[in-house]
Design a protein around this ligand. Sequence first.
Ligand code: B12
Ligand code: SF4
Ligand code: SF4
Length: 360
Amino acid sequence: MSAVTPDLPALAQSIKDWGRELGFAHVGIAGVALGEHEQHLERWLAAGYHGEMEYMGAHGSKRSHPDELVPGTLRVVSLRMDYLPGDTQMAQRLAQPEKAYVSRYALGRDYHKLIRKRVQHLAERIQQAIGPFGFRAFVDSAPVLEKAIAQEAGLGWIGKNTLLLNRKAGSYFFLAELFVDLPLPVDPAQASEHCGRCQACLDICPTGAFVGPYVLDARRCISYLTIELKSAIPVELRPLIGNRVFGCDDCQIVCPWNRFARPTGESDFTPRHNLDNADLAHLFLWDEPTFLSNTEGSPLRRAGYERWLRNLAVGLGNAPSTIPVIEALKARQDHPSEMVREHVQWALARHEGGEANGVE
Ligand code: B12
Ligand code: SF4
Ligand code: SF4
């Protein structure tokens, strides 16, 4: 707690103003009690829906108790930053099976460092105003129930697609938090939800990953399969993945609230290397040094080269049987990775057997 006793309501307002100056679209303040979300998390873990993401269950009750993760925490400042870089023709790319679809959050610079730095700046501004106080900044990677906190802070509601939605901004944004030991006034939690009778996200999911509204079996989600899963992609799911090679946006594209999504003001999220309009075959021919240099500071690095090729091989297996597609696959038939070779074999077999999309 700070040495000076600050005017807490005025400080809360300043934190919101500074947050907006630092590029956040919305800032709210929550307490540390996350209520029923803890049980939802426990049930989800007990069902095994987290698959290989062992980190999701690895921190005991800290994930649902911010004050156990960082003792002394009294409030959590929740922040969101839009990431959609203008019109990237999502539906058009998904309808072009020879193109690679990279999910729209991953086209530009990795958000983790960028956002954590901004949250850190926010903490420094608070410190300038009130003197030393206890804080920790988080974005995505820590054991924090970010969407539950955001809902508590009034930033939106958790929709049936399990993402945080906002009536004025849809869902194409990142979440981040500043844990503080200051007893700031809290914002009203978002009490209403606005999905109503809609269930477009549940119906559109290409792999049928939703067990029901608000419950996702991550093991079937394309985002998990292409980014988190380290081993081979289950054969029965490969044809359903289409041309999605890194993440998936379908349950957001279809969401009516995303008509209100706003383009990001961050130039760092602008697509790099034509990733919003690249051919699968072209990306598959990047060698490892090219992959490493083209993905420097990008979220794509998380997959690593081997999994990148694995994902592209699946996309190519689902692409039309054209000469560039077949040639690209053949060029990687002898790749040193057993996993890559197996996915390439699968893809070539689809073309030989005439099972792939739009065989000529
Ligand atoms: C693990 C994880 C994943 C996993 C699992 C997703 C998931 N739904 O849990 C995978 C790899 C599949 C994934 C995918 C994506 N992710 Co992700 N992911 C996370 C992470 C690290 C943890 C999420 C979590 O806590 N899951 C635990 C389960 C239990 O939570 P849940 O499914 O959301 O369930 C909640 C509610 O639905 C509700 N609930 C559960 N069951 C029930 C039952 C009933 C009856 C009711 C009423 C409610 C209810 O309570 C639960 C707890 O709050 C967060 C970052 C973080 N630290 O929070 C990012 C995060 C959620 N991901 C994010 C993004 C952007 C994505 C993708 C869009 C990326 C992409 N384009 O490919 C996809 C979207 C897929 C989807 N529909 O969720 C953003 C979401 C921003 C937003 N607007 O909400 C986050 C917040 C990262 C960030 N800092 O910005 N992700
Ligand atoms: S991201 Fe794609 S695969 Fe995952 S739940 Fe949403 S629509 Fe389904
Ligand atoms: S698509 Fe419909 S049901 Fe799904 S999150 Fe959006 S509004 Fe809710």
